[in-house]
Design a protein around this ligand. Structure first.
Ligand code: F0G
Length: 456
């Protein structure tokens, strides 16, 4: 069949509260035109993030009831541990309450002043956790990633030449090499298995740890199966096993590719490092058989991991983004190509050339999408990255709006509704105006800043 359907039926629903344009305009005014300050109830389609917002399956809800809340040696931990190791063959699996807690523990151990930690692109919490130890986080993304119009299949790849040059010149300062799969910064562009293996080989040639940020590992493996030569006849589980077999450890947010609403882990092969990590875990998260989670959360993750590698699910998952993107491209809406695993990016800088970067075209577009159809996305541009440590402002490299897709939450007609909303805004794009910031905190301003619309 040509139609790729949602490979699930819906047995429990959450009503969406429909709002009028006038109501949404009032919401925007009282939220200071910042979509992070809008109540979820006032949103029709919420594409702010794909993190922690998945719909759990009936089996996951059943697994919650099996949760063993014992402080030590819980059976839930054993099921969690086995489910992780079936996919990622690491010796030690250390549960944490979410991904950034795993990062904080890892970098407390391997980071520190004077160190350099390269990655294809660090996620912001990863970067912040590295920098909090005094180390430097360096992004070495491949050149193709910079061209939004190219359909290159693996725009999440590491630039191997720059990595080799860094190791040659400054290797003594590098404790580990990271790779984020898929690469969140580009909307979930994958890295190829070949690239991942070559990064691992380089890391090991220089005696460095190779750590994967595996948040969206199943989506990445699906892209490898679809796009990489020689991988089409392999199962996603085989590809996942291969990816992690060449690493020395991983950090994970179970809020993405584990269908969980909370959770994460740090996995390591090295016994001594794992022991230090567990000691730190006890101080900050909890005992090593629950690590900041309830037993029932561990069971929901274990079950989720067996579902996320379902190939019918992954086919549908990636197809939704491709479908949205194809329809937008057909109508001439500027987007980042190709479709990523978890998000679609609109290029507000190109769509709104009359709005200068310091009038925040990405924010203007995100606000217009909310006003038009109650669709909530997230600016990734000068609001997020423009403020410098000295308080001055600089335009970001690109002005984007991310529309992240929650897992198993929305249907085809929701996707059509989102497309219709975007097209309506695109039609009247010349009328859109920028904003100015009226109040902002010193750091991470995108979460709390208040804006006021400019009239011309
Ligand atoms: N690494 C990547 C690649 C991520 O995308 C995230 C979270 C984290 C680490 C941190 O995990 O939230 O469990 O602490 N990304 C979310 C997002 C918040 O919206 O992209 P966490």
């Amino acid at each position: 069949m040509r139609t790729i359907i949602e490979p699930f039926r819906i047995k429990s629903v959450e009503p969406i509260r429909m709002t009028t344009r006038a109501e949404r305009q009032a919401v925007l005014t009282s939220a200071g035109y910042n979509l992070f300050r809008v109540r979820a109830e006032d949103v029709i389609i919420d594409l702010l993030t794909d993190s922690g917002v998945a719909a759990m399956s009936g089996e996951q809800w059943a697994a919650l009831m099996r949760g063993d809340e014992s402080y030590a040696g819980s059976a839930s931990f054993e099921r969690f541990d086995a489910a992780v190791k079936r996919l990622m063959p690491f010796k030690h699996v250390i549960p944490t309450h979410q991904g950034r807690a795993a990062e904080a523990i890892l970098f407390a151990l391997v980071g520190g002043g004077g160190k350099i930690i390269p990655s294809n692109t660090h996620f912001d919490t990863t970067r912040a956790n590295i920098e909090a130890t005094g180390a430097e986080a360096v992004d070495l993304i491949c050149a193709e990633a910079g061209d939004a119009s190219s359909d290159a299949p693996f725009k999440g790849n590491m630039d191997l030449e720059r990595l080799a040059a860094l190791l040659e010149a400054d290797g003594a300062r590098v404790p580990c090499i990271m790779m984020t799969i898929t690469n969140n910064a580009g909307g979930g562009q994958p890295a190829s298995l070949g690239n991942i293996k070559r990064v691992a080989a380089l890391a090991h040639r220089y005696g460095k740890l190779f750590i994967i940020d595996g948040c969206r590992f199943a989506e990445n493996a699906w892209f490898i199966k679809q796009r990489e030569e020689g991988q089409r006849d392999r199962t996603v589980v085989e590809i996942v096993n291969d990816i992690f077999a060449c690493a020395d450890g991983m950090t994970m947010s179970a809020k993405k590719d584990a269908f969980a609403n909370i959770g994460g882990w740090l996995a390591l092969n090295d016994d001594a490092l794992a022991e230090e990590a567990r000691t730190r875990l006890i101080l900050t998260e909890g005992f090593p058989t629950y690590g900041g989670l309830a037993g029932r959360d561990l069971d929901a993750i274990a079950q989720g991991l067996s579902e996320i590698v379902d190939e019918d699910y992954l086919r549908y998952r990636v197809r939704v983004n491709e479908y949205v993107l194809e329809r937008l491209i057909a109508e001439g809406v500027p987007v980042v190509r190709p479709a990523g695993g978890h998000a679609v990016f609109l290029d507000a800088g190109v769509m709104l050339p009359h709005v200068p970067p310091l009038h925040y075209p990405g924010q203007a577009l995100a606000v217009a999408l909310y006003e038009e159809g109650g669709v909530r996305g997230c600016e990734i541009g000068t609001v997020m990255f423009g403020r410098q440590p000295d308080g001055s402002e600089r335009p970001a490299r690109r002005e984007l709006v991310r529309l992240a897709m929650p897992r198993r939450v929305y249907t085809q007609s929701h996707a059509d509704y989102v497309v219709e909303t975007i097209l309506a805004v695109h039609q009247r794009r010349s009328e859109l105006r920028g904003l100015r910031i009226v109040r902002q905190p010193r750091a991470l301003r995108h979460f709390t800043a208040a804006f006021s619309p400019l009239l011309s």
